[in-house]
Design a protein around this ligand. Structure first.
Ligand code: MEV
Length: 319
């Protein structure tokens, strides 16, 4: 018989990439921010066996089963416990998530971060965010092969970032408030596959692919400057140009292109796919008063879900 723990669930947010996905894998900067209203939560209960459940699965783990080392969920448990210097706390960890899976919103990283925090809570220990960040990055490698590290960084620190692979975290400073409509194509975003395909393009068409990747990096740098002075129009323009470059990298899809066009026709200041692409979500920068018109247009055009999220000054210093 298991009993409910009194503790608040451990949690982590979703994320959106504003600009720079894919190019970030090749050392270009990217900008992303957390979506704190969408969260993954993990509740801990007493249990006789190590058990992890979610809405879609129920797994009981036998400790020291070698096959488990390739399992991302087990890896979070073992890597976090190892970092804390304790055996994996035997509990029932129950996962609940608002973040749609495989949609470019960081569901995998959020699951790992929330579960890592739950392990630390079960052990009664503090977990340094830098340590959690490296655990989540290790597990992202199991999901995605060669991740840049942007998803785990945004999700673990829950701050807007200007991210460059392998560099210390740079928080993003913005002036003013930017409202985004996020729309889901309802199609799984196969991030591992799209990242591998861009890597193949780097081999088959190195000159054009390198040009597109560095042009994306330039747009990201311009966007950082525009965000710092509150130039909403320039941010929107950079988003549109970034989408075109992502099309060249073959990671868009007819559904994403259509939603991007619909958002623009309905008055968005800029729009692009967000995340791995080929499915998942697109984001549109909008005037706050046009939000519901644009959401309605996107739903009428086939978006299975839409929501509104905001990037504002001060998010980088909020605790
Ligand atoms: C996935 O959210 C973002 C990609 O750039 C991959 C990565 O950075 O690891 C497509």
């Amino acid at each position: 018989m298991s009993s409910l723990s009194e503790s608040t669930p451990a949690s982590a947010p979703g994320k959106v990439i504003l600009l720079g996905e894919h190019a970030v894998v090749y050392g270009q900067p990217a900008i992303a921010f957390p979506v704190s209203t969408l969260r993954t939560r993990v509740t801990i209960r007493d249990a006789a066996q190590l058990r992890v459940t979610s809405a879609i699965w129920d797994r009981t783990y036998q400790i020291a089963d070698a096959a488990m080392h390739a399992d991302p969920v087990y890896s979070v448990l073992s890597l976090t416990a190892e970092a804390l210097g304790v055996p994996i706390p035997i509990r029932h960890y129950n996962i609940e998530s608002d973040i749609p899976a495989a949609s470019g919103l960081g569901s995998g990283a959020a699951l790992s971060a929330a579960l890592g925090r739950a392990v630390a809570a079960a052990a009664g220990l503090n977990l340094d965010p830098a340590v959690l960040n490296s655990v989540v990055f290790e597990v992202e490698r199991l999901y995605h092969g060669t991740p840049s590290g942007i998803d785990n960084t945004v999700v673990v620190y829950e701050k807007p970032v200007y991210f460059v692979r392998g560099h210390p975290i740079q928080l993003l400073h913005v002036q003013a408030e930017y409202t985004f409509v996020v729309a889901d194509t309802g199609i799984r975003a196969p991030t591992r596959e799209s990242v591998a395909d861009v890597r193949a393009l780097m081999v088959t068409q190195p000159a054009a692919t390198t040009r597109a990747v560095s042009a994306i990096g330039d747009l990201v740098a311009r966007t950082r400057d525009a965000l710092a002075v509150g130039d909403v129009t320039a941010v929107g323009r950079c988003m549109n140009l970034n989408h075109t470059l992502l099309q060249q990298l073959t990671v868009s899809s007819p559904e994403l292109d259509r939603l991007m066009q619909v958002a623009t026709d309905a008055g968005a200041l800029g729009a692009k796919l967000s995340g791995g692409g080929r499915g998942g979500n697109m984001i549109a920068l909008v005037n706050p008063e046009t939000t519901s018109t644009i959401e309605m247009a996107l739903r009428a055009a086939g978006a299975v879900h839409t929501f509104v999220t905001v990037l504002r000054a001060g998010m980088e210093t909020a605790t």
